[in-house]
Design a protein around this ligand. Structure first.
Ligand SMILES: [Zn+2]
Length: 280
């Protein structure tokens, strides 16, 4: 009898472990595995290992977009340092989330740009060693000679102050977490996520720049199609927040989009929109 109970417990435990691996593996993979994509001589993407990053090699400086987290931050720093040699490195944080800023500490002495969040907000949400140094209220041009790096503050959407970065020579737009490539987005009240504003910002992204490539905050790089599908996702989820009958149909439509366990799913997005965006 005791033996049977033990076997039963053992099988139960195995099922829980396998279930946890299946559930968390895609997220763990996204956060740890890095892909280096060399687009040309002066632009390299480091995808994964936290948020996606870009390294732009200019005549006068090297620019790093987003600094990842944990071991990946150090790899990114070493890569950028080797490319920079004696040139200064300038850092841009598309937003304040840890997976995009936790490597700032490696870039001591660098200018580190971020959107114009309240100072107290940043002090509360970013460790002292990773604090940015400069704030972009509207827009800013970093002219590196051979390369022009444009920073635009698109206001509140994924967080209170999201920046996008446009490289005019390459026709590439870095969107930070304003775009998750086929991943259900994480929506947090304390970050200032607002879906209605987010749709508006995606409309700006669709109409304002003549890019041929988009580098999202997470997932592979893509093109305009990725912006359109992110926008459609929010439009669909908003319609389900108004008409609950649509929920099952949408769960089916977006079943291929990655869910982050406990953090993001179509159901969570719909709930969030009901709470914050749909007028009662
Ligand atoms: Zn984020």
């Amino acid at each position: 009898m005791k033996k049977k109970i033990f076997i039963g417990m053992g099988i139960g435990l195995l099922v829980i472990i396998i279930g946890a691996i299946i559930l968390f593996y895609p997220m763990a993979r996204m956060m740890t595995q890095k892909d280096i994509v060399r687009l040309d001589q002066s632009l390299t993407l480091m995808l994964g290992g936290g948020g996606n990053s870009g390294i732009i090699i200019g005549d006068s400086a090297v620019v790093v977009i987003d600094t990842k987290m944990m071991g990946s931050s150090e790899n990114l720093y070493e890569f950028a340092k080797e490319k920079a040699g004696q040139k200064p490195i300038i850092v841009i944080n598309t937003h304040y989330h840890g997976d995009h800023v936790k490597g700032n500490k490696f870039f001591k002495g660098s200018r580190i740009y971020i959107g114009s969040y309240e100072k107290e907000f940043l002090q509360k949400n970013i460790d002292a060693e990773n604090q940015p140094t400069d704030f972009v209220k509207d827009s800013l041009l970093l002219d590196l000679g051979n390369e022009k790096v444009y920073l635009y503050n698109l206001g509140q959407a994924h967080t209170f102050n999201d920046l996008v970065v446009y490289l005019s020579n390459h026709n590439v737009l870095f969107t930070g977490d304003l775009i998750f490539n086929r991943v259900n987005p994480v929506l947090k009240e304390e970050s200032g996520a607002r879906v209605s504003q987010w749709i508006h910002v995606l409309d700006i992204i669709l109409s304002r720049w003549g890019y041929s490539k988009i580098v999202p905050g997470h997932g592979q790089a893509g093109d305009k199609e990725m912006v359109l599908s992110m926008r459609q996702y929010f439009i669909d989820m908003t319609s389900a927040a108004i008409d609950p009958g649509k929920e099952n149909q949408l769960a089916e439509k977006y079943k291929e989009w990655m869910k982050l366990p406990g953090m993001s799913s179509p159901e969570k997005t719909i709930e969030y929109i009901k709470l914050h965006d749909v007028k009662k």
